[in-house]
Design a protein around this ligand. Structure first.
Ligand SMILES: NC(=O)c1ccc[n+]([C@@H]2O[C@H](COP(=O)([O-])OP(=O)(O)OC[C@H]3O[C@@H](n4cnc5c(N)ncnc54)[C@H](OP(=O)(O)O)[C@@H]3O)[C@@H](O)[C@H]2O)c1
Length: 273
């Protein structure tokens, strides 16, 4: 699987998402995902599973520097007075320093400049190897890109039914990776005739084609989640599929629908396309 170079960070293109996985299931699935070959894990304080994700990672017995571990901090903790303490909490819960610490959603209260400066402190104190943002629009990214603190990644909802051309252009221009969450549109990709047709031609599943479409785009990573161990190998194998230019374009065209799953009253004013 290829690795994305993003302002000093090296993210394997496919990672394992852990939202909704908790307790023993979270730990067991992380171990199984690593055993299946995943080397990139995605968690967040809000998921309530950092302890179990850390335990799964430790139990898998894979050298720590071979796994890219991401966690995220909720906006309640984005004030500089709180951010470093929250980052320390993640380190304690995970039992290891995360490779990437992200702002989970933009704060509606704390100025971005202040939070980004505090992310710089997180880096100098060794509480994360890299820092990044999530659910940032192009306007928010412009504010967040400040001298002295290199952002590795912007994690946003991205799947065949939601075009992200503007955000992708902005993250690429900043040397950042774009990590696609909800890469399977929570299963909806299997309903698309276009994706099903391409899947048939490749002898693959629609889910694999959706993942292949994502990771065949420059600078794009994807973090599918499954609670089914039998799906891990298939999801990982999607990284080896290469859709044709025509197939990539046909899937890209579906994004005009602008179907968004994660939209909340605290969400920012999204980019138009
Ligand atoms: N930054 C953010 O604000 C944010 C927001 C949402 C999500 N995320 C991250 O992104 C990750 C992925 O997003 P998501 O979990 O919301 O949605 P997703 O990955 O698009 O979809 C997950 C769903 O797809 C199913 N699935 C997985 N692999 C499959 C396969 N090979 N065949 C058929 N069905 C399959 C799973 O069911 P089974 O469990 O039955 O396999 C599950 O219901 C999350 O876990 C989380 O880490 C981040």
């Amino acid at each position: 699987m290829h690795v994305i170079e993003a302002n000093g960070a090296r993210l394997p293109a496919l990672g394992f998402g852990t939202w909704t996985l908790t307790g023993d299931t979270a730990q067991a699935m992380v171990e199984r995902a690593l055993a299946a070959g995943f080397r990139h894990l995605d968690t967040a304080q809000m998921y309530g599973n950092e302890v179990e994700v850390g335990r799964g990672l430790a139990a898998a017995g894979i050298p720590r520097d071979e796994v890219f571990l991401t966690t995220k901090l909720w906006p309640d903790d984005h004030a500089p007075t709180r951010l470093t303490a929250a980052a320390q909490t993640s380190v304690d819960r995970l039992g290891t320093v995360p490779d990437l610490l992200m702002l989970h959603w933009p704060s509606q209260e704390v100025p971005i400049a202040d939070t980004v400066e505090a992310l710089g402190t997180v880096l100098t104190r060794g509480l994360a190897r890299h820092v990044g943002v999530s659910n940032f629009t192009t306007a928010l990214l412009r504010e967040a890109l400040r001298p002295g603190v290199r952002l590795a990644c912007n994690q946003v909802e991205y799947h065949p039914f939601l075009a992200q051309d503007a955000v992708l252009k902005a993250t690429r221009a900043a040397g950042m990776a774009l990590t696609a969450y909800c890469p399977l549109a929570r299963g909806r990709v299997a309903e698309s005739e276009v994706i099903r047709g391409i899947a048939e031609r490749h002898g693959a599943s629609p889910q694999q084609i959706a993942l292949a479409w994502l990771v065949n785009q420059d600078g794009v990573a994807a973090i599918p989640r499954t609670s089914n161990p039998e799906r891990l190998a298939a999801n990982l194998a999607a990284a080896d599929l290469v859709p044709s230019a025509e197939e990539m374009a046909a899937i890209h065209a579906l994004g005009r629908e602008r179907y968004r799953i994660c939209d909340f009253d605290f969400a920012p004013a999204w980019d138009a396309g």
